[in-house]
Design a protein around this ligand. Structure first.
Ligand SMILES: Cc1cc2nc3c(=O)[nH]c(=O)nc-3n(C[C@H](O)[C@H](O)[C@H](O)COP(=O)(O)OP(=O)(O)OC[C@H]3O[C@@H](n4cnc5c(N)ncnc54)[C@H](O)[C@@H]3O)c2cc1C
Length: 383
């Protein structure tokens, strides 16, 4: 595994960094306050190809490898974790399943829209099925050359802005996970009712909605993969998505760390800058250690993915470690700021709220530990 970035990766990273600082950083606090990332920000990312990061050029994407995708998400998260999750969900668990499991016709129909302008959403969770997603209840019943979907979905990131939804529903009630199928549904389809956005603690600019599926008719041509393939499609999408959430966590951790270092150098206490006090230095050192560990785990998972090797365990480790690092680092960044860290005037307050959910979505920390344990008990310890 190469640790240094290629010239192309450096160029892409610097391009997204410049774009984020010029176009998004000035607005990130307002997006949080107003609880919306405007469509223009997404359009700006689309202009630079960032809606088609993992889609090959033949389908209009830019065809980045997994490590480059992670770099872009990290850079976006350094200014807005909300925008970063919108992009991560769209690229990793929205667009890629269409590429991987779609028919030629589905790719021709949907990919050009996804890479050029429309966000996508991934909808598996339900009010009674989160960690245990295979327990979902929404139904898809065969009727007249298509399906009729009914049920309730929860927690759909991009659910307000998406042009396309990847929705998982049960085509067979008798056979557990193998009875779940995936469907591509267009926004505005009759029977797809979008609920109001959740009033969240953090990531407030990223919309999260519930969906009601009410006699939603979906033609058979919009089923993704074979009947019963849905759960497998969801799990494979989430493996890649977890590298994205790891990168998002890393980005917000770095942002908080930089604020903490700057503040510690400037704030005086007991006649010296905070940065001269060993207790504060130890916090900064520990932040740096966790950031570098998270980066290595993310890069390793992405490298394995790019090499076409199994990477699910490593993606879980990267997501688990980076998200816990982000909550710890943002927590400590507030501590370094003292009372000033607790008010909205300082960005660390937003970073702390944003980081918290990274231990929850795309599989909680507990579920990541289960995935890692099952994998190592089955396949042995990685060497
Ligand atoms: C902001 C946000 C955005 C989201 N975006 C999406 C999205 O775009 N699409 C989507 O489909 N979903 C999305 N989700 C849903 C998310 O993936 C779930 O919230 C998550 O999987 C946890 O499910 P749950 O909330 O039902 O918690 P539960 O599954 O009820 O878990 C509650 C607690 O019990 C623990 N637990 C459960 N089972 C076990 C076990 N077997 N062993 C140990 N501990 C266990 C969990 O770790 C957790 O701590 C989003 C959630 C949020 C908050």
């Amino acid at each position: 595994m190469r640790y240094d970035l290629s010239d192309d990766q450096i160029l892409i990273r610097d391009t997204v960094r410049t774009l984020c600082r010029a176009e998004f950083a000035p607005h990130a606090e307002r997006w949080d306050r107003e609880a919306i990332v405007p469509r223009e920000a997404v359009a700006k990312l689309a202009e630079h190809g960032f809606l088609g990061m993992a889609i090959p050029e033949e389908w209009g994407g830019v065809g980045y490898d997994a490590r480059t995708v992670a770099l872009v998400i990290e850079e976006i998260a350094r200014v807005s974790a909300a925008l970063a999750i919108m992009v991560s969900v769209h690229n990793s668990v929205g667009a890629v399943p269409v590429l991987r499991y779609g028919t030629e016709e589905q790719k021709r129909r949907f990919l050009p829209r996804l890479v050029s302008k429309e966000l996508s959403a991934f909808s598996i969770s339900e009010p009674d099925a989160g960690s245990d997603a295979g327990h979902l209840h929404a139904t898809a019943v065969r009727k007249d050359g298509g399906y009729v979907l009914n049920g309730r979905k929860n927690w759909v990131t991009n659910g307000e802005q998406a042009g396309l939804y990847l929705i998982f529903a049960r085509t067979n009630k008798e056979i557990g996970n193998k009875g779940i199928s995936a469907f591509v549904v267009e926004s505005g389809a009759p029977g797809l009712i979008v609920g109001k956005a959740e009033d969240k603690m953090g990531l407030r600019g990223s919309d999260t909605v519930s969906l009601t599926l009410q006699d939603l008719e979906v033609p058979v041509e919009q089923r993704l993969g074979a009947e019963g393939d849905g759960f497998r499609i969801a799990l494979s999408a989430l493996d890649a998505g977890r590298i994205g959430v790891g990168a998002q966590s890393l980005g917000v951790a770095i942002a908080a760390f930089e604020e903490a270092v700057a503040y510690a150098q400037q704030r005086q206490a007991f006649g010296q800058p905070l940065a001269k006090i060993q207790a504060i230095q130890f916090k900064l050192a520990e932040m740096e250690r966790r950031i570098q560990c998270a980066r290595l785990l993310i890069q390793r998972a992405a490298w394995l993915k790019d090499a076409g090797r199994p990477f699910a365990r490593e993606a879980s480790m990267a997501k688990l470690y980076a998200s816990e690092a982000a909550t710890w680092i943002t927590h400590q960044a507030i501590q370094v700021h003292g009372g000033y860290g607790y008010v909205k005037e300082y960005a660390v307050e937003r970073y702390y709220r944003d980081a918290r959910v990274m231990e929850i979505y795309e599989g909680t920390s507990e579920i990541q530990r289960l995935v890692i344990a099952r994998s190592l008990l089955k396949d042995g310890v990685a060497v």
